[in-house]
Ligand binder design. Structure first.
Ligand code: ADP
Ligand code: TRP
Length: 320
């Protein structure tokens, strides 16, 4: 299958990004044609500092490569290295009703958080649709927060196909229920924009400090606790074996276990889980030439696909 996904370089990647999306990206690359990119045009909608945006782009690239992205097989690029995608987005914009975008939750949420709404933020899902449809993507692995954007992409593809004839494949989202929403240390969805993340590659000391700060209820040690309502248990689920998880589950329900003990175990598990990738991450930091060459090669390959699709659409709409 053709699998595609993008991740915004709006901060350092965190374990919510990893378990919610990146791990699936990396697993799917072996048996599919995978296309993954760093969505810096999308990141611009939230007005980042230019120098920082560049740094985050490079950091996202290093994170993916350290975690096992296969640069020989998977096409991996930075969105703005292929500006042609914006032409396709414009063609799609021209058949997208305002009402469709007005219903988008992520836009409404950002406005509710007090971010001033620029036009690009409103049009964000159209660019995302262009990203997906340009590659005839069949499967889009993402976390639950992106479900609506994939639905909108299908709607936009449908409008276009109805107007100009069958052109785009309608993609499906790939969302794993267990990891659809990884909680942050304050209990809200872990997100780069909430300052509540545990970064994949931050220092072990810092991971420990953050896990120890995770918000819990105040049930006393001796009393039974509900694992399904606990933010620490949600993190335990990500990295513990099934056997170990079952043991913690009964410890919660029986009472006698304090949240502090569970937090200590979460720290150990997270550090253990990412340890093999840390070494690789450091190697990449010392070989930026290689990282940049992977992105350049990816942009060339992605560019050829986008160019061909944009050309076909130009013809259909009467611009060629
Ligand atoms: P963020 O909210 O941190 O800025 P992005 O919007 O860049 O993250 O999301 C990148 C990918 O990671 C998306 O597929 C998104 O659904 C997924 N993702 C982000 N946060 C989480 C989370 N807390 N739990 C599960 N998946 C997540
Ligand atoms: N909107 C996505 C996010 O915030 C990033 C993204 C941009 C994306 N284009 C995409 C995800 C195409 C999947 C497919 O996570």
């Amino acid at each position: 299958m053709k699998v595609l996904s993008g991740i915004q370089p709006t901060g350092r990647l965190h374990i919510g990004n990893y378990f919610g999306a990146m791990r699936q990206h990396l697993q799917l690359q072996a048996e599919n044609d995978a296309f993954y990119f760093i969505a810096d045009y999308h990141a611009l909608t939230s007005g980042p500092d230019p120098k920082q945006l560049k740094e985050y782009c490079l950091a996202v690239a290093m994170d993916y490569l350290a975690l096992g992205l296969d640069a020989e097989k998977t096409v991996f690029w930075k969105q703005s290295d292929v500006p042609k995608i914006l032409e396709l987005a414009w063609f799609l914009s021209c058949i997208t009703p305002m009402g469709l975008l007005q219903r988008c939750v992520s836009y409404k949420d950002k406005v509710a958080q007090g971010l001033s709404a620029n036009h690009a933020l409103f049009a964000y899902p159209v660019l995302q649709a262009a990203d997906i449809l340009a590659f005839d993507s069949e499967l889009v692995p993402v976390g639950a927060d992106q479900k609506q954007h994939i639905e909108v992409t299908r709607d936009i593809a449908g409008f276009f196909n109805n107007t100009y004839g069958e052109t785009f494949i309608l993609p499906k989202e790939h969302i794993l229920a267990d990891v659809a929403v990884v909680p942050g240390i304050d209990g809200r969805k872990m997100s780069k924009s909430y300052n509540n993340t545990i970064e994949i590659f931050e220092s072990e000391k810092s991971i420990k400090k953050k896990v120890m700060r995770i918000v819990t209820d105040s049930t006393p040690v001796e009393e039974p606790k509900d694992p399904d309502k606990c933010n620490i248990f949600a993190l335990l689920k990500l990295a513990a074996s099934e056997d170990e998880l079952a043991q913690w589950d009964s410890k919660y329900r029986n009472g006698g276990t304090g949240y502090g003990d569970v937090k200590k175990r979460v720290v150990e598990l997270l550090i253990e889980y990412f340890a093999p990738y840390r070494k690789k991450r450091v190697e990449l930091e010392n070989d930026l030439g290689y990282v940049k060459s992977v992105l350049a090669k990816g942009a060339e390959k992605a560019g050829a696909v986008i160019e061909a699709k944009a050309e076909a659409v130009r013809k259909l709409v009467g611009c060629l």
